[in-house]
Design a protein around this ligand. Structure first.
Ligand code: ADP
Ligand code: MG
Length: 364
């Protein structure tokens, strides 16, 4: 059992204010991912949770107990870093056993714990080898094994897959999700990669410039991004943003695009004002050939099942449509793009969303 509560955590390095009042309630056994661009404060927040860095203000509670002033070893936490930090001269067995050596445990107990961790991580036949004889993915598993033997209440990971090639990262994502189920522990995982966040997290914390933009399940963030930042950060390729002016706010938001096209979008219009400018957000996968917006095709990337079609609207706005793989679009052609109005997101001038009224019901 390990809940983790952060209360109004702030952090400054001298005059640099890096975290601005982070509040977060993480449940027992949750897999939480902190995601955000480089420099937004993810590692700093994780290091504060681990006790490797002191917060400037605020409290950290583990299972309801304030550990803000506790030493790292007394928090029941273990952390896995991007750099595996293995001892090259020690065997895999001794690398995994390392934290237990510090505790001077009897050898039978060490053997049992290392054996169990190696089994979970599929390293049993590698225990006699040295780190230099393993692949990158296997080395990262050794680093995770060293965490597992400590039986921590909470596992922390800081970009553990960033040094691996793309195919291996995909495999490791699946393995980490499986590991989480087997260990049924609370995990906090930091990454700048929204695909890792979407695929592994129960709930995602989107950080931007030291603030939480949104905290929710992957599909909540996908269907109901609260801000333009989250909307364009989550989902690949990025959501398109097309400027439009507001013509009406009764029975939906009626907008006009610069090319003169009009649409009525089913969103909450409480904060909308006629005459103001909004950004209409449309995911590439929600566009199809049809009447609506006009695009001059610049590049078509045929990925097989999907033809990523990039182009420009008449006013120069860049737009991307994920069309079926065999769609006969040619570079240089002018095509019409249609959409189901229920799929459109709308952001006001401050970047806040006007909530969609007909978004899919969430089942996860
Ligand atoms: N020890 C430090 N001294 C001064 N500034 C730091 C220190 N550690 C991190 N920072 C700054 O804090 C900000 C957030 O850093 P970090 O938490 O590492 O971001 P992320 O992990 O999201 O890329 C950055 O602007 C970084 O330069
Ligand atoms: Mg970092």
């Amino acid at each position: 059992m390990a809940t983790l509560n952060l209360q109004n955590i702030t952090k400054s390095f001298g005059a640099a204010h890096v975290l601005h009042g982070i509040d977060l309630a993480i449940k027992d056994k949750e897999f939480i991912v902190f995601v955000g661009p480089s420099g937004c404060g993810k590692s700093t927040l994780l290091r504060i949770i681990a006790g490797l860095e002191a917060a400037t203000a605020g409290q950290i509670l583990i299972d309801g107990v304030d550990v803000s002033d506790a030493a790292p070893v007394d928090r029941g936490i273990s952390m896995v870093f991007q750099s595996y930090a293995l001892y090259p001269h020690l065997s895999i067995y001794e690398n995994i056993a390392f934290p237990l050596r510090v505790q001077s445990l009897p050898e039978t107990e060490v053997k049992a714990k290392v054996g169990k961790a190696a089994e979970i991580l599929k390293l049993t036949d590698k225990l006699a080898l040295k780190p230099g004889q393993l692949s990158g993915g296997q080395r990262q598993r050794v680093a995770i094994g060293r965490s597992i033997v400590r039986s921590p209440k909470i596992f922390l990971f800081d970009e553990p897959l960033s040094n691996l090639d793309a195919a291996l990262r995909g495999d490791m994502r699946v393995e980490l999700s499986q590991l989480h189920r087997e260990l049924s522990a609370t995990m906090v995982y930091v990454t700048h990669d929204q695909i890792e966040a979407m695929t592994m997290a129960h709930r995602i914390v989107v950080l931007n410039k030291g603030r939480i933009e949104q905290f929710g399940t992957p599909m909540e963030l996908y269907h109901h991004p609260a801000t333009k930042f989250v909307a364009t950060f989550i989902g690949q390729p990025n959501m398109n943003l097309v400027q439009a002016s507001v013509l009406g706010t009764t029975n939906g938001l009626t907008v006009e695009f610069s090319g003169g096209q009009r649409m009525t979008l089913p969103v909450d219009c409480t904060t909308a004002t006629v005459g103001s400018l909004v950004d209409v957000g449309i995911r590439p996968e929600n566009l199809m050939l049809g009447d609506g917006l006009s695009m001059t095709v610049r590049v078509v990337e045929r990925l097989g099942g999907v033809a990523m079609t990039y182009g420009d609207m008449p006013d120069g706005t860049r737009i991307c449509a994920a069309l079926p793989g065999d769609t006969p679009v040619a570079e240089g052609a002018v095509v019409g793009l249609g959409l189901n109005v229920a799929d459109a997101h709308v952001f006001d001038a401050s970047g806040a969303v006007m909530r969609r009224l007909n978004a899919p019901t969430l089942v996860v």
